[in-house]
Design a protein around this ligand. Structure first.
Ligand code: ASP
Length: 356
């Protein structure tokens, strides 16, 4: 009798285990900091470490939100804002320059729960473009705002405004000068740095300027699954070095560089040659593939290969409804990382590293 009771208890415990595991908090988070020709020889050990540390900080910021039951959107925004503030990345402070010597910033965010989306292009004074994109989604009747009007809207909803010189970094300036010189295009005058109120002030001109690999993108992005089962995606960038004529890339084009849909079980953020990502509808196509049963990894690889076939290089990060992150790139590297419930944060840079 006692034996039978013991067996029954053990059987119940065994049955209870999977149920308990199912109830465990389930969340997952992945980020990128741009793709490109990133080879071991092109980064010093210090630069390599600095990028890994920055990616880890961003992952931890997203994790802190998701772990306590916060939303996928909050996780994405907090991680991207950190990367926008970090001059290592081509987003916010540290963004690339246009041929006219300006920083024009693009960003987008999408909520997979209801497929609401917000995007901004050509911002010049809003410190956190990702926050502006989210405000467009949540506090305006629109999906995309551009230029001065977008900054005005961001200011009107209380988002921090900065002097355009806040975004200035010497190495991005030098990168743009090299690019224009190669193309034989007239160089813009150095912008006024150190205007009152600029958080950088005159320091920017004195900062060391290690040469940057010219074939590296540096856009930042994040995808998340929160404990309520909602997927979201966000991306932020300065675009392409020496861009002209109000050029806008894939990042703020919903379905090209950014897309999320709970119904499809998919969230995507891309980085690369924006023109090709727009033409290949990369982000939405990945979600369509996943919705019809393709794995995140296979869908991601098929789409970056498709963009490559058109002539564009780059990478994507993808999150599926089960919280499985996927990473694909056609380049030799992509700054990237992932963390999920019960799985510690891992980061990677080079294409041949084990997947984070
Ligand atoms: N996709 C971005 C653009 O074309 C660039 C990047 O990923 O760094 O604007």
């Amino acid at each position: 009798m006692i034996l039978r009771a013991l067996i029954a208890t053990a059987a119940m415990a065994a049955l209870a285990l999977p149920a308990a595991a199912q109830d465990a908090p389930r969340w997952s988070f992945a980020i990128h900091g741009g793709a490109g020709v990133i080879e071991r020889a092109s980064l010093s050990p210090e630069q390599d470490m600095a990028y890994r540390a920055a990616l880890t900080r961003a992952l931890e910021a997203g994790k802190a939100v998701l772990e306590r039951g916060g939303s996928a959107l909050d996780a994405i925004q907090s991680a991207i804002q950190l990367m926008e503030d970090d001059p290592l990345f081509n987003a916010g402070r540290g963004a690339v320059f246009t041929a006219a010597g300006r920083n024009e910033l693009d960003a987008a965010v999408m909520n997979g729960r209801d497929r609401t989306a917000g995007a901004v292009a050509g911002l010049t004074t809003t410190r956190h473009p990702i926050a502006a994109a989210r405000a467009v989604m949540e506090q305006s009747p629109h999906v995309m705002l551009i230029g001065e009007g977008a900054d005005t809207f961001a200011a009107s909803v209380g988002l921090e405004q900065v002097d355009p010189s806040y975004f200035f970094t010497r190495r991005r300036w030098d990168q743009m000068i090299r690019n224009l010189t190669e193309q034989g295009i007239a160089l813009p005058p150095l912008p006024p740095v150190g205007t009152p109120g600029s958080p950088i002030g005159g320091v920017a001109l004195a900062e060391p300027a290690p040469p940057l690999n010219e074939r590296k993108f540096g856009t930042v992005g994040a995808v998340a699954l929160d404990q309520s089962g909602t997927l979201a995606a966000g991306t932020s960038t300065g675009g392409m070095t020496a861009k002209r004529w109000g050029r806008v890339g894939d990042v703020p084009v919903i379905g090209a560089g950014t897309y999320a849909s709970n119904a499809d079980g998919c969230a995507v953020s891309a980085t690369g040659d924006g023109e090709f990502y727009i033409r290949a509808s990369v982000a939405r196509d990945i979600c369509m593939r996943i919705a019809t049963g393709t794995t995140g990894q296979a869908a991601a690889q098929a789409e970056v290969d498709d963009a490559l076939a058109l002539g564009g290089t780059g990478g994507v990060i993808v999150m599926d409804a089960q919280g499985r992150p996927a990473f694909a790139m056609t380049t030799s590297g992509m700054y990237r990382g992932a963390v999920s419930a019960g799985v510690p944060a891992t980061v990677a840079i080079y294409a041949d590293e084990p997947r984070p």
